[in-house]
Design a protein around this ligand. Structure first.
Ligand SMILES: C[S@@+](CC[C@H](N)C(=O)[O-])C[C@H]1O[C@@H](n2cnc3c(N)ncnc32)[C@H](O)[C@@H]1O
Length: 249
């Protein structure tokens, strides 16, 4: 199984086309801001976005916080810098990196499913916790949990026309399949149909991602000595559990 992430390397130019940063991410990010303000037990001015990717969340959070983005992929970080030239971005692995500073808030969204073993999952959440100031809030949104997973679910997304290069049309087809529901992994297979002035190029990604039960999330987060709040984010067909984890002062 080839687990190289083309989307985060040679196909990173497609990321801005898969969901418009300004329109599709704004509503969710406002809910993140609201949760942080509601639960924080300290003034919040700085935020670390772990697995910041192309910086779409950063775009929608930077008016409220001084944001630092962290990601493993240089190509994704380049996208994030282009979108947010005024913000700071750092390359690192969420399982192991340690910056010599802490933040009032940390966001883990849309990247944690790349932790496809229990050990990596715990390591990444420990990293987040280690970068949080006392009284600060970690917002963690699982893409999928054991409870929410839908076998063989398949989505088709047309590239946002506003961000597509002239003459380029892209369709994203993503299939999620769990060959063994008793373990903590599932497969995501993605087809990219790229038409450049009508000429078709087909690319694929095949990833092994992590999936954990809500009780596992609760157990790991509480085990770090946090006060845990659980909420939901529901909008336009999306429905996610959101954990707000306050570092005990
Ligand atoms: C779907 S993208 C996140 C997009 C992002 N939320 C945005 O606003 O554009 C997932 C990201 O996780 C990053 N990633 C995967 N494994 C990682 C790791 N071990 N450490 C840090 N980042 C990682 C990838 O490089 C990728 O950019």
């Amino acid at each position: 199984m080839d687990d190289r992430f083309k989307l985060y390397h040679e196909l990173a130019w497609l990321w801005p086309l898969w969901g418009d940063a300004q329109t599709e991410y704004a509503h969710y990010c406002q809910s993140v801001v609201d949760r942080i303000r509601r639960h924080a037990q300290r003034p919040v001015s700085t935020l670390l976005d772990i697995g910041c990717g192309g910086g779409k969340n950063v775009l929608n959070l930077k008016d409220d916080f001084e944001v630092t983005g962290l990601d493993l992929s240089p190509e994704m970080l380049a996208q994030a810098r282009t979108l947010n030239p005024e913000c700071r971005f750092v390359q690192g692995d969420m399982r192991t990196f340690r910056l010599d500073e802490t933040f009032d808030a940390v966001l883990m969204d849309d990247a944690i499913s790349h932790m496809n073993s229990r050990a990596d999952f715990v390591a990444a959440l420990r990293t987040a916790h280690a970068h949080l100031r006392p009284g600060g809030v970690l917002i963690a949104t699982p893409d999928v949990t054991t409870e929410s997973f839908q076998q063989n679910s398949t989505s088709v997304t047309l590239a946002a026309a506003r961000t597509s290069p002239p003459g380029v049309e892209v369709v994203f087809i993503e299939n999620r399949y769990d060959p063994d529901p008793t373990d903590e992994q599932y497969e995501a297979t993605i087809f990219y149909l790229i038409r450049d002035h009508g000429r078709l190029q087909i690319e694929t990604d095949h990833w092994t991602l992590g999936i954990f039960s809500l009780d596992t999330w609760r157990h790991v987060l509480k085990g770090m000595g946090c006060e845990l709040h659980e909420g939901r984010y529901s909008a336009s067909g999306d429905d996610y559990v959101v954990f707000s984890s306050v570092k005990t002062p």
